[in-house]
Design a binder for this molecule. Structure first.
Ligand code: SAH
Length: 196
């Protein structure tokens, strides 16, 4: 099949912000993700108190679920509205502070300290700012990244990996000629070449 039609498509950050403003967020699920529940033991591999990263986190309810299990969750999301809705909808008090290394960025942190959400572009982050992670939940993230940015995105994720980290990735298999994306179609062969 031909992925050429999607290859040059670019969704601007402004379009994502607009989706949040107009509540055009069909990707958001009110229930925890069944695949995270199914593969949780692979993510954790028997370990407790992990640092778990949610790239392009939206207001995924799974962040609360993992934090309640004693893990430290870090997310990144360009929409401040999404992050505020996350805290409000879970009745979690939070505080806001600037991120000195990233002009204009904010860190929203639950008062209990175990959920830290960065409001900035994923491409502004580095391990010197957010540290490294034992676990990754990549749902609606790689598949939302513009195809031209995939290599940059994957390389960044690799720099955020702690030794022995686990990375759970959700993709969708479909005919890319029938839907312009996002989510974009990411063939398995490309996942192998991106992450090795
Ligand atoms: N992972 C979430 C959200 C998926 S939709 C879930 O599964 O529900 C993709 C999200 O990425 C949107 O909320 C969008 O605002 C955000 N986003 C898009 N580009 C981004 C970027 N460069 N940096 C950070 N967040 C981004």
């Amino acid at each position: 099949s031909d992925i050429g039609a999607q290859k040059n498509r670019v969704v601007a950050e402004e379009e994502w912000l607009q989706k949040w403003e107009t509540h055009n967020i069909g990707f958001h699920k009110e229930q925890g993700h069944p695949l995270l529940q199914k593969y949780l033991s692979i993510l954790l591999s028997g370990r407790s108190r992990l640092r778990i990263f949610f790239p392009l986190c939206g207001k995924a309810v799974d962040m609360k679920w993992l934090a309640d299990m004693g893990h430290h969750v870090v997310g990144v999301e360009i929409s401040e509205q999404a992050l505020k809705e996350f805290f409000v909808e879970h009745s979690l008090p939070y505080s806001e502070e600037p991120v000195p290394e990233i002009p204009g960025a904010k860190k929203l942190q639950s008062t209990s300290g175990n959920i830290s959400l960065y409001c900035c572009s994923i491409y502004d982050l580095s391990s010197s700012i957010v540290g490294k992670f034992d676990g990754f939940w990549d749902r609606g993230a790689l598949v939302a990244v513009n195809p031209c940015d995939r290599q940059r995105y994957a390389s960044l994720m690799i720099t955020l990996m702690e030794e022995n980290s686990s990375y759970l990735l959700v993709t969708a298999s479909y005919d890319p000629n029938k839907h312009k994306g996002p989510p974009f179609y990411v063939p398995e062969s490309e996942i192998k070449s991106l992450f090795g």
